[in-house]
Structures are given as C-alpha cells and as structure tokens.
Design a protein around this ligand. Structure first.
Ligand code: LRH
Length: 406
C-alpha cells in the first residue's frame, strides 16, 4: 500500500443514471447496469402516466430508455428502499456515511426539474416513485464528509470527500478547454457526448425531436448535448472478433490498417438502437447496413474504417444540429477524453464537420474532477471561474489540431 500524506480530498465521478437502493444504510441488491435489458420495461409504464412531450418540458432530457426514472419504474426493489443513491453518491456514502445527491448527476435521472434544478417531487409521485427516496441535493465543490473512522484507519489517512461534477461527462466538460462559446465539445469514450455549453435551456420542440438533452454542468452550466453511440461500437466489435479466434487484437495496429483504407466506405447509423446492447456487434452492424440495402465490407480493416467514419458522421450531424438549435455558429470542436487519442476518428471528425478539431485532454474527466477539488481546497481562490480553470487546462494541456481536409 502507498501512502500519500499530501492528498487532501477525494472526489468521485462515474457514468450517469445507475443507482443503488438502500434500506437502513445497507444496499438492497447489487445495482443493475444500464445496458441490462430490464431497463426498457419501465418506458411504457412511465409514458402511460406522462407523455414524453410533457416529460421533456419538465426534465429537458433526450429520450434514452435507460434514464434512471425508467429503470426505477421497472425496479420492484424500490418499494423496500428508504434511499436512492446514484453510483458516485453510493461510493461517497460507503466512504463517509453521508447520503446526498450531487446535482450534475442527479440531472441525468429525469427527476430533476430543468428550470428550478430541484427534485420534481410531483413527477416522482405521478410515476410511482416515493420522493422520500431522493436525498438532499448538493453542488460540485460542497464538502460531503470525512472518511468514516474504519475507512480512514484502513487507508491510513483521514481525508475529506468533496463533491465534484460526479457525472463523468460533467467533469470532462468542466476540463474542456472551450476557448469561446462557439466551441462545441465531443466528450468521446464509450459514448460521444456532443454539444454546447449554455446558460439557459433550449426547450423547443425541435430540440426535443432532435434528441437534445439538458444535463447540468459544474457551476450551474447546461450541457446541451446529444448522446451519440461512440467507441462502444468499436470496442464491442473488437471483443467479438477476439472471442471468435481467441487471439488478442492490437487496437492501434487495427486502426493503422483502417487508416490505409479509402474513406468512401459505406456508412451505418451509429445511433441505431439495435447497437446499444452487448453482444455480437459485427453481425448487428452488418444487419443494420443490409437493412438499408448495402453490403458490409468483409475484411476487418475496411469494417473498422466504416465504424470510425460512421461515428464521425454522427458527430458531424450532432454538431450541426446543436448549431441550428441554438443559433450558435460553431467554429471549432474540442474533442476530449479517450477518443482524442484515436487519430483516425479525430481526422474523420474534422473532415466530416469541415471544422478544426482540437484533441485533448485525454484525461478530461479526471482533470475536471481534480480542478473542482483544488478550487474547493482554495488552491485558486474560492471564486476562480470555470473559465479560469479552463485557461489553466489550455496552458498545461496544449491540444493536437486536426484541420479538415478537402
Ligand atoms: C458516459 C456517460 C454518459 C451517459 C452514459 C450513461 O460515461 O456518463 O454521459 O449518458 O454514460
């Protein structure tokens, strides 16, 4: 075990929407993962009580079948619970005993009001969720609590857990350099979260039908974005191929081979819902393509090229929709997260958007988490703005620039 006496605090972020249910501080069961097939069952139940249009006006979220409120509506265990905690809050509870709901992640549950940013108790009751399950809301920068004595004794340090943008994408966007309001971001890993940072919601019918969501960011910003199925398509494909012949695949070699393939490969809809669950991804992509009358490439390199180009096209569509919905003429794109290391994807995104792509930081989520903790610890003065934090990111993490070709 390593000791780090200089560590002052812990900040926790994870993916969104998933939760644990507690009774008397104990988990009732292991949390489900949002790609579990069960999540879709709640959709009909919720929409029978409140039509999607009314829901959007209240919570501002794009339709995703795994949003927590649909999961909860299909969760029999909720009846026995006294508390619901999203995954980062659940971890914080294990470390400190505190029961809180950090607001950026709470905004992904569907149960937070898009305008007042408070729990929508009336909505919860209407769909059969007891409002008493939902703990008090706190904002990034707030102190959650000290480590429980037994935890502190086990790791040999008495630390404070501080709230950060506990939704990983909120932390990532906090560390997106965003040099101006005409910079769009793509937070790219398993998902590609594509959008703009706003201060006011855009609750139009056009935004609703285009599937644009309003998630909350650090310092009360709005992450107006669309969830694009990102590198999940590639990682699931590689996993399937590895399962076929039992040999591990070197991803960078595969991408290098794909880079030599001409870019005029066929495209499929990266957002096709049939591609969101785990399982034989190459076969499902091939089926989605055949349904449009196109034969998929049979060799691996062009198949990978097709995946990358299809993701880039979905990114380009989302950037231009974000621009049309907000009236902001996008001039550059910050592509942050693990996907920023994928050179083929960065170039394809620049080419298909016709805009320069500034790639990096790769560890944007960790950086955003750290910056909010550092600000809370007084490192920059309590009132350092998000823009000041981002200036620091720009200075310390110069991006790689990908110019559009042709
Ligand atoms: C990315 C992410 C995304 C959510 C999904 C559940 O990790 O948090 O922002 O939509 O996972």
């Amino acid at each position: 075990m390593r000791r780090e006496p200089a560590i002052e605090s812990i900040g926790i972020d994870t993916w969104a929407v998933d939760y644990g249910l507690l009774r008397d501080d104990a988990l009732l069961a292991e949390p489900f993962h949002y790609r579990d097939a069960r999540t879709a069952r709640g959709v009909e139940a919720v929409h029978a009580r409140i039509p999607f249009g009314d829901l959007y006006a209240r919570n501002g979220l794009q339709f995703l079948a795994f949003t927590s409120l649909y999961q909860l509506a299909a969760d029999e265990r909720a009846a026995d619970a006294d508390t619901l905690l999203l995954v980062p809050d659940l971890l914080a509870h294990r470390l400190t005993g505190a029961r809180v709901a950090e607001r950026t992640n709470a905004s992904t549950t569907g149960l937070l009001g898009v305008r007042d940013r408070e729990w929508d108790q009336e909505l919860a009751e209407r769909i059969g969720i007891r409002p008493a399950l939902m703990p008090p809301l706190i904002d990034p920068g707030a102190r959650i609590g000290r480590l429980l004595p037994d935890v502190a004794a086990r790791i040999g340090a008495d630390l404070t857990v501080v709230a950060v943008g506990s939704h990983d994408t909120a932390s990532a966007v906090a560390a997106a350099p965003l040099a101006s309001r005409s910079t769009a971001y793509i937070s790219c890993g398993t998902w590609g979260l594509v959008g703009l940072e706003l201060t006011e919601p855009v609750l139009t019918e056009a935004a609703r039908t285009a599937g644009f969501t309003h998630e909350l960011g650090v310092d009360g910003r709005i992450r107006f974005l669309h969830n694009v199925t990102g590198l999940w398509l590639l990682s699931e494909t590689v996993r399937a191929w590895e399962g076929e012949d039992g040999t591990p695949i070197d991803l960078s070699e595969l991408l290098d081979a794909a880079a030599t393939v001409p870019p005029d490969v066929p495209l499929f809809d990266a957002n096709d819902p049939s591609l969101s669950s785990p399982g034989d991804m190459p076969a499902r992509i091939a089926a989605a393509l055949r349904a449009t009358g196109t034969e998929p490439p049979s060799a691996r390199a062009p198949f990978v090229r097709m995946i990358v180009e299809s993701i880039a096209q979905a990114f380009a569509d989302a950037v231009s929709t974000a621009s049309a919905l907000t009236g902001i003429a996008v001039e550059t794109i910050d592509l942050i997260g693990g996907g920023s290391l994928n050179r083929l994807l960065c170039q394809a995104t620049a080419d298909r958007t016709g805009l320069p792509v500034l790639a990096g930081p790769v560890e944007a989520t960790a950086l955003g988490n750290l910056l909010v903790q550092a600000r809370a610890a007084g490192v920059f003065g309590d009132d350092a703005t998000l823009e000041e934090l981002r200036r620091l990111v720009r200075r310390t993490h110069p991006p790689t620039r990908w110019a559009p070709r042709g």
